[in-house]
Design a protein around this ligand. Structure first.
Ligand code: ZN
Length: 560
């Protein structure tokens, strides 16, 4: 009885010291810091936990609410899709970002998600005319203009801004343009790193000219710090879990960056130095450094009005693509990010104050292991180029149904049919869809294909929900193709492994909330990334983002 009474006393909010109760109030928060770690699969914080210091990730995993079974609920687990979902609490069927690229039926070409010719890049003072470097991820963009025009739902940042008639400052920063733009929403300011010059830049959607703090930060050319150096391990090799996974034949060599430590940076004149910077811990350090400059330059969190800062770290995803998520490079990248976060947290504690900071951390998608690595572990896996697949399917359709060129484009994961061409040739789209679906299902490395209107006899699978949540009628293709688990469906190129499937290794991400008064908890309940923006909106009492379909995560509202 005495024990029960003690518990009741502890549980009763009336008996909490007043200071604690006040610390739990949302009105004390002056800055929301939303951290997105690109490609941080849900299990990696467990795997690397023992190597973390006390003040980086562990500040959140040990003192915050950690959702260990959080998932994206859409099928096409790519960077813009995941960021837009985290920002809006909506599925791609509502926010419209169905893939990093999609086929635009109106002008008959593939386009890049945030491309917008109406809003050109603003030249960075001191960098004019410099560099022409290749960013393999943006090869489909035809112009350098960028804006959130294609984002069809409002973000939490948009709603926070409206809630106080525009007094909140909303800023999105990342190594990648799409990650910054999605999180900045429609009313915020976005900055991303140029792989041509290493400068952080923005477009005319956001500014006419750069604020002074941006020009000052860039003028010191912090991205050039690694020229002529090597990326070395930060600790003795025997302290790494994955010490044996450095030199594996299926890792890639990014134009001389090498497969093994130390990785030697090329010269900017060679054309890939700034991309290499983003494939090393330097990219994340620059993102954090620019974030700090934004806090000081924009005086974020300085007054009683809540500001919003999104920092999206792109390095982990890059090492995943080139070396795999079970590589020594991946372990080193996450370990250095832990130190980078510790340094950032200390800075924010000093500038804003621990009692005024709310942190959210998640990821835009997970990551598969490399096909060859899985084969070593007994799993069948295939590598298929998607262009050849489209050609083969077109030949089959012509041979059996007499319709030539029925497939207009195959941009993974979607097959786009030539609606007008099929009608003109007297073909029936549904019959062609059936031929494609049956033909794909019979091939090694393909798990299933689903038309936008599923066939009634298709087997019931958990894949159908995510594929439907990914469907937008003007942007999605006619048939969604799902590769078999750990199989690779992409033309051979610079990268060795690619996320983007609805399989669990691609949808699984961490979600963490921490801040004053939030009770530490590890929650194993299945939750969705659509819940993040809804939780933030509920926390601050704003209008819900327009397409949000998640639920508020109740543990974030429990107070100690
Ligand atoms: Zn990626």
């Amino acid at each position: 009885m005495a024990h029960l009474f003690t518990c009741l006393m502890v549980a009763s909010p009336l008996l909490l010291p007043i200071g604690n109760a006040l610390a739990a109030d949302a009105s004390d928060i002056r800055l929301v810091v939303q951290i997105t770690v690109d490609g941080l699969r849900g299990d990696l914080l467990h795997r690397y936990g023992p190597s973390f210091g006390p003040d980086g990730f562990r500040r959140m995993t040990e003192n915050g609410v950690w959702y260990t079974d959080a998932h994206h609920m859409h099928a096409n687990t790519e960077t813009i899709v995941g960021h837009a979902t985290l920002a809006t609490g909506a599925h791609p069927s509502e926010h419209g970002m169905i893939g990093n690229s999609w086929f635009n039926r109106a002008d008959g070409r593939l386009g890049y998600n945030i491309e917008d010719p109406d809003y050109e890049l603003i030249p960075v003072p001191g960098f004019e005319g410099e560099g022409k470097q290749l960013d393999p991820t943006q090869a489909l963009a035809k112009t350098s203009g960028r804006s959130p025009a294609n984002l069809l739902a409002s973000t939490f940042g948009d709603e926070l801004f409206k809630s106080n008639n525009g007094r909140s400052k909303i800023i999105g920063i990342s190594g990648k343009d799409r990650s910054a733009v999605a999180m900045a929403g429609h009313v915020g300011k976005a900055f991303w790193m140029s792989v041509e010059t290493g400068a952080f830049q923005s477009s005319t959607y956001y500014y006419d000219e750069y604020p002074n703090w941006v020009t000052e930060w860039n003028s010191e050319r912090p991205a050039d710090v690694a020229i002529g150096t090597k990326w070395n391990l930060s600790a003795p090799i025997d302290s790494y879990l994955l010490a044996a996974n450095d030199d594996r034949p299926y890792e890639t060599d990014l134009k001389g960056f090498g497969r093994t430590f130390p990785h030697e940076f090329g010269a900017p004149a060679d054309g890939l130095y700034y991309t290499q910077a983003l494939v090393s811990p330097l990219g994340d350090k620059l993102t954090a450094s620019f974030g700090k400059a934004a806090v000081l330059g924009e005086e974020l969190g300085k007054d009683g009005i809540v500001d919003f800062l999104s920092l999206s770290f792109s390095g982990v995803d890059a090492t995943n693509h080139f070396f795999g998520p079970s590589s020594l490079e991946n372990e080193e990248m996450v370990r250095v990010l832990d130190r980078t976060l510790a340094d950032l947290f200390a800075f924010l504690d000093k500038e804003v104050g621990q009692d005024h900071l709310l942190f959210v951390l998640s990821a835009d998608h997970g990551m598969p292991e490399m096909s060859e690595y899985m084969a070593e572990h007994g799993h069948a896996s295939e590598r298929n180029g998607h262009t050849a697949l489209a050609d083969e399917l077109n030949d089959e359709i012509e041979a059996s149904l007499g319709v030539k060129g029925a497939i207009k484009a195959f941009f993974r994961p979607y097959i786009y049919l030539d609606h007008e061409g099929i009608t003109a040739a007297g073909g029936d789209q549904r019959t062609i869809e059936r031929l494609i679906v049956d033909s794909l299902a019979a091939r090694p490395g393909i798990s299933m294909a689903m038309p936008s209107v599923p066939f009634p006899e298709q087997r019931e699978s958990f894949l159908e929900g995510p594929i439907r949540k990914n469907y937008h009628p003007e942007r999605s293709g006619d048939i969604y193709v799902v590769q078999s688990p750990y199989s690779f469906l992409l033309d051979p190129g610079a990268i060795a492994v690619m996320h983007g499937s609805p399989w669990r290794y691609d949808t699984h991400v961490p979600i963490l909330f921490s801040g004053p008064g939030i009770e530490a908890a590890k929650v194993a309940r299945r939750v969705g990334t659509v819940d993040v923006a809804v939780t933030l909106s509920e926390f601050f009492g704003t209008t819900m983002p327009s397409g949000a379909s998640g639920s508020a995560l109740s543990e974030v509202f429990r107070r100690h």
